[in-house]
Design a protein around this ligand. Structure first.
Ligand SMILES: Nc1nc2c(ncn2[C@@H]2O[C@H](COP(=O)(O)OP(=O)(O)O)[C@@H](O)[C@H]2O)c(=O)[nH]1
Ligand SMILES: [Mg+2]
Length: 290
């Protein structure tokens, strides 16, 4: 399995941007009271930035499990329990349809109220509370900002860290949001993490070979939710990832010019269908019990 994913490539891919991005995030975090950390509900472990706890130290925090529509509800509940038992405010949401947004605002307002009381007690001047959204690529930061702010209001560009010309968007009275998400780097030193990030599209498709990603995704799927795969592809699938890959491609008639299986298209279709939730609501990571 290890040879399927070229670790060297993963490691090369990021450090160039990292120092600058980290500095930008550090600068921007200083300006906010609340850090809203977006994770993918299907893979909350792998989509967590390795340094965020340190970067957002001493800030009020909310963890968002986004794309809850694609994750297994039971597993998402386990994650919620896990976070709650570690005293972390956590909300599952579906940024694309706004589900859960109200709860996020509610929690933010509760946190703010505490802060306003503290500030008042110290005789400090009232000022708006500011929040910033952070997360690794593709967890839904831009979608979430649009959903929080109201469609058509936020300009949500994708710049690593955050841009220079900062803009604050009013969410509620006294509650503002930085209109640019802080784009964090993923964990990248671990093979399993890299694979999970590739499955959900949080690391670039050109970093890892699509066939490797698809076959590895199938291998995991055949172990954990074979039934869902067989239903989707209307096939009895072999347990071997590559054999299953070929069977699916053939069944779909994905034949290249020379008459052999078109492996690239097969891979793309398998990955796209997983990402689009066509295999059902599937979580690929589970909290450690206890
Ligand atoms: N199914 C589903 N897709 C989502 C959700 N939130 C975002 N997406 C999709 O995920 C992709 C990445 O979203 P985007 O907001 O650009 O992520 P960003 O890179 O973190 O800014 C887009 O195709 C979104 O439509 C969600 O809650 N459910
Ligand atoms: Mg974005």
């Amino acid at each position: 399995m290890d040879k399927q994913i070229n670790q060297g490539k993963i490691i090369q891919w990021y450090p160039g941007h990292m120092t600058k991005t980290k500095r930008l995030i550090e600068e921007n975090i200083k300006l906010v009271d609340i850090v809203i950390e977006l994770l993918d509900a299907r893979a909350p472990y792998s989509t967590k930035n390795p340094d965020i706890d340190k970067l957002a130290q001493n800030k009020m925090r909310i963890v968002i499990l986004n794309k809850a529509d694609l994750a297994d509800e039971k597993v998402t509940k386990e994650w919620i329990n896990w976070y709650s038992s570690h005293n972390v405010k956590v909300v599952p949401i579906i940024a694309t349809n706004g589900k859960g947004i109200k709860e996020v605002v509610q929690i933010a307002e509760d946190l703010l109220r505490e802060k306003i009381e503290r500030d008042k007690a110290r005789g400090r001047i009232y000022r708006p509370i500011r929040a910033m959204i952070v997360g690794i690529p593709n967890v839904g930061k831009s979608t979430f900002i649009n959903s929080l702010v109201g469609k058509g209001t936020a300009k949500t560009g994708d710049k690593p860290g955050v841009t220079r010309g900062k803009q604050w968007v009013k969410i509620r009275k006294g509650f503002e949001l930085l209109d640019m998400p802080g784009i964090l780097w993923p964990k990248f030193e671990d093979q399993t993490v890299a694979k999970h990030l590739a499955y959900i599209g949080s690391i670039n498709d050109n970093i890892l070979d699509n066939r490797d990603i698809a076959i590895s995704l199938l291998e995991q799927g055949l172990k954990e939710f074979k039934g869902a795969l067989e239903t989707r592809y209307k096939l009895e699938l072999p347990d071997d990832g590559y054999e299953a890959f070929k069977a699916i491609g053939m069944k779909r008639g994905l034949i290249a010019a020379g008459g052999q299986l078109d492996e690239l298209r097969t891979a793309q279709i398998i990955i796209d269908e997983f990402r689009a939730g066509k295999w059902g609501k599937i979580s690929i990571e589970f909290p450690k019990r206890g």
